[in-house]
Write a protein that binds this ligand. Structure first.
Ligand SMILES: [Zn+2]
Length: 169
């Protein structure tokens, strides 16, 4: 979706070539309205059987599809805090970040580009239960994954099992 009005003064925005790109511009504020990716986080969380935790979405987009716990970052929080906050909200679990799995981009319905930051969590406490934005949760073996809502989430799961998963002994 495109912004039609200036978020600062409410005037209808125009287009202007700035720094070689056609950008939205507010002539009243004399300000280019830059479009930047929106950061979001997600968590690959494993149980002691090396199964990944997925939640079933009950909100748009992709209602009814499975995805990793996660969501958009809020201001004044770190990516790690955002990831663990979303984990807690959606599953009730308190987790500890092990490591960064990767950073990638995806596209969204409202935001043109989403910057998706994936973390690995192997240490957590609590009993999972479906919370905000989730109607159900489930543990999945890597060879029996359902269709995942977002390509970036699938990619983080693949990265984990390809590079960091320790086979059971
Ligand atoms: Zn303005």
């Amino acid at each position: 979706m495109e912004k039609k009005f200036c978020p600062y003064c409410g005037q209808r925005v125009t287009q202007k070539i700035i720094e070689g790109r056609n950008r939205r511009f507010c002539s009243s504020c004399n300000l280019p309205l830059y479009e930047n990716p929106i950061p979001a986080t997600c968590v690959v969380l494993l149980d002691d059987k090396n199964r990944v935790l997925l939640v079933k979405r009950n909100i748009e987009p992709k209602t009814g599809y499975w995805c990793l716990p996660g969501g958009f970052m809020e201001t004044r929080e770190t990516p790690e805090q955002g990831a663990l906050r979303e984990l807690k909200e959606e599953t009730g679990l308190c987790g500890k970040i092990d490591m960064l799995l990767g950073v990638m981009t995806g596209s969204g319905r409202i935001y043109n580009t989403i910057l998706m930051i994936g973390f690995l969590v192997r240490n957590f406490s609590g009993t999972p239960m479906a919370g905000d934005d989730a109607e159900e949760f489930g543990w999945f073996d890597p060879d029996r994954l359902p269709e995942i809502a977002f390509a970036s989430h699938s990619a983080f799961i693949r990265i984990y099992y390809a590079a960091y998963s320790v086979p059971p002994t």
